[in-house]
Design a protein around this ligand. Sequence first.
Ligand code: FAD
Length: 387
Amino acid sequence: MHVDRNYENIVIVGYGIAGMTAADTLRSHGYQGRLAIVGGEPHEPYSRPALSKAMLADVGTIEPQYLPASDHGARVLLGNRAVALDVKRSSITLDNGEHIDFDGLVIASGSSAKRFTDHPREFSVRSHDDALRLRTRLHDQPNVVILGGGPLGMEIASAARNIGCAVTLVHQGTPMASHLGPYLGSRCSEAARAHGVELIDGRVAEVCAPDSADGPITICLDSGQEVGGDVIVSTIGDAPEGDWLADSGLLTDGRLKVDTRGRVNEHIVAAGDIAWLPTADSHERQPLWTAAIEQAKTASLALLVGDEAPPLDFQSYFWTEQFGLTIRVSGDFPVHGEPEVVARGQKANPDALLLRWSGDAQSAAAVGYRIAIPKLRRVATGDFLPS
Ligand SMILES: Cc1cc2nc3c(=O)[nH]c(=O)nc-3n(C[C@H](O)[C@H](O)[C@H](O)COP(=O)(O)OP(=O)(O)OC[C@H]3O[C@@H](n4cnc5c(N)ncnc54)[C@H](O)[C@@H]3O)c2cc1C
């Protein structure tokens, strides 16, 4: 594949996994021009998934789990945020007033955690600094109320129980079921209960935060029930970091929509949690670590070679670690119905299971079962069964 556009000055906004992968991909496909990366956090790229797993649970780890250093040779501006994009002038403005011109732009600004309030006793975890703040607080063993029973909420609940906190988790329905389906959702919920988490099936109507930093914080549920805790942790989803694009003319209904190659237009591409990808009838985000990597590879190549770049072809892969369960899934999720047990663990871990759902969905899950990701993907598609 040859580079058919004479870019000399590419800028990447966002230095997470998508921004870093984009920089590496541009270089590995022969881009030799100037490269600048604007990274809103003061850190080099690190593992975000580790924040709710090893980082919270492990008393020793306080540095981010940095990703292996890259030799892309970019000018990296850490701790600076892009605040505006002028598409006509091909220029971005930073929060320090600096303007940076570009002839090609990669938008990889990710997303931020949704919250109910700005109260200091409401925690959320998106960045290393968020996780550090929460971890410090958890080590005082407060009563913790977690709002949201997706992977993030359940992982934080698990870590908080390991530290010795009393944990209540509020979620409408079965935790994890909307991500993984009822079978795995039940497994996770049973494990949470067995580890002493109080699960409340309910919907948050209001979070009543006190005016002072130390007054009680109360959660009112739709049912009228009130739940109080020393701290609350909101894990109620993420919102794409698109404010800086508000006047760019690139957003449709607040969404940064891309084509199947991650292109916003001929000179601007986007990847990762910020990007809305086309589906059969609309657009959706795929806020997953491996999706961000694949999107960044596709989009940055498309910036260089246009239609010659292959469209995104991504088979979803996701993992979670909670309450002693390590679950890795590939394929279509959430998935309904009972799985077929394809294999069971050996002596070291007899409870481990390799599961597969067939029919309309092509899905596989390894519950504590050791299997390489490519093989798990082939179990999902029915192309591989361990002997
Ligand atoms: C705690 C946690 C645990 C997770 N666990 C898993 C998991 O187990 N498995 C999984 O698949 N996924 C997991 N995810 C999701 C996964 O981490 C994300 O999908 C992935 O990090 C997205 O990468 P990204 O590069 O698009 O965005 P990000 O990683 O968010 O990186 C974007 C970067 O851009 C910066 N930025 C934002 N706005 C600007 C601006 N205006 N100017 C400059 N810089 C800006 C941000 O500060 C950030 O550093 C988890 C997420 C979180 C928060």
